[in-house]
Design a protein around this ligand. Structure first.
Ligand code: 2AM
Length: 177
């Protein structure tokens, strides 16, 4: 039986990917960590791990039943987690819509037997990996925003020494019909 490494997440609009990559290059020295490529910048909503196609299909069906309105995400916070070696961008106050969506997907994942970390959900975009040494964080005078009107199921593919994320399916966020 084949298993794929999957997660639900939110991708970023292309222009924002480019803005963030330019800003990152200005703000962080090369030795700070390994930059995540523009197309791979995302927010994880629920990490599923290596799961069978059968389990993935069940979770895709459940995801398709979620009815939630779109919301605006404000990126106005940054931080460094030295242990996993992650420098991230996030929100000072996560929108309710984002928390509700993540909670729903994580509950469905847990009920389907996907281990969910007991740590509180902290929505973030990983900018740098392997950032285990101290990093000077940029002044918090930045602010980007974008409308989140869909979420996706991603496959994490490791090939030729690098990890890429492939969107397998997306679902719109909309008002209840
Ligand atoms: P990270 O960016 O903070 O490393 C694909 O690996 C995505 O799933 C990444 O966004 C990663 O978060 C997240 N991820 C990987 N392992 C995870 C785990 N055990 N629990 C929660 N999220 C995880």
């Amino acid at each position: 039986m084949s298993a794929r490494r999957l997660f639900f997440g939110i991708g970023l609009p292309k222009p924002l990917q480019q803005q963030l990559v330019r800003w990152r290059a200005e703000q962080f020295p090369e030795e700070a960590g390994r930059p995540v490529v523009a197309a791979s910048l995302h927010i994880t909503l629920a990490f599923l791990g290596e799961i069978s196609d059968e389990k993935a299909q069940g979770l895709q069906q459940l995801a398709g039943r979620i009815r939630q309105p779109a919301f605006t995400l404000h990126l106005d916070d940054a931080g460094h987690w030295p242990r996993p070696g992650v420098v991230w961008l996030g929100c000072r106050q996560a929108p309710r819509g984002l928390l509700q969506l993540a909670e729903m997907l994580r509950a469905q994942a847990a009920r389907s037997g996907c281990y969910q970390s007991p740590q509180p959900f902290h929505p973030h975009i990983t900018l740098l990996r392997n950032a285990t040494r101290p990093v000077a964080l940029p002044p918090r005078n930045f602010h980007w925003q974008f409308t989140v009107d869909h979420f996706s199921l991603y496959q994490s593919v490791f090939a030729q020494g690098r990890t890429r994320y492939r969107a397998l399916q997306s679902w719109p966020l909309q008002e209840k019909l």
